[in-house]
Design a binder for this molecule. Sequence first.
Ligand code: AMP
Length: 147
Amino acid sequence: MDNYQHVLLAADFSEHGSVVALKAQHLAKQHQAKLSIIHLLDNLPITDTTYGPIIPFDMDLNDLLMTSAKKQLAELGKTLGIPEQQQYLEIGSAALEIVSTAEEHKVDLIVLGSHGRHGLALLLGSTANGVLHHAQCDVLAVRLQDN
Ligand code: AMP
């Protein structure tokens, strides 16, 4: 099997996230691959209309969410030794953005959790499910225990 060249960690900053992060880091080291992280801000109150995107209320809240996400991403990047240019912070649907960012940056392995904040009771969360169905590259869904 050829070595992976570029591993993308999908980080949702949930409590089990470190298990997924360590697995991605370990795999990247094993394969001497580049490691990048992506986080999606998927719940900003932005409405896409014919006139372009509109933020209907509370700009401050959006700024706050963005600042906090940037901080968490930078902290995780520092812990994992990932340079800033390989830390992707996007707005949009997690599954879709993970898949398109992976394509854009020639990622050959996406690592995510079997579930996260949205799927604690499910075997496979909606993001993992969406990515598995749409990604062009390999996907590792790290099995997380519900405890
Ligand atoms: P979920 O669909 O919420 O059960 O999440 C499954 C996995 O997808 C998580 O363990 C993360 O690895 C990834 N994920 C979920 N939401 C996000 C997000 N907003 N940004 C990046 N990765 C995410």
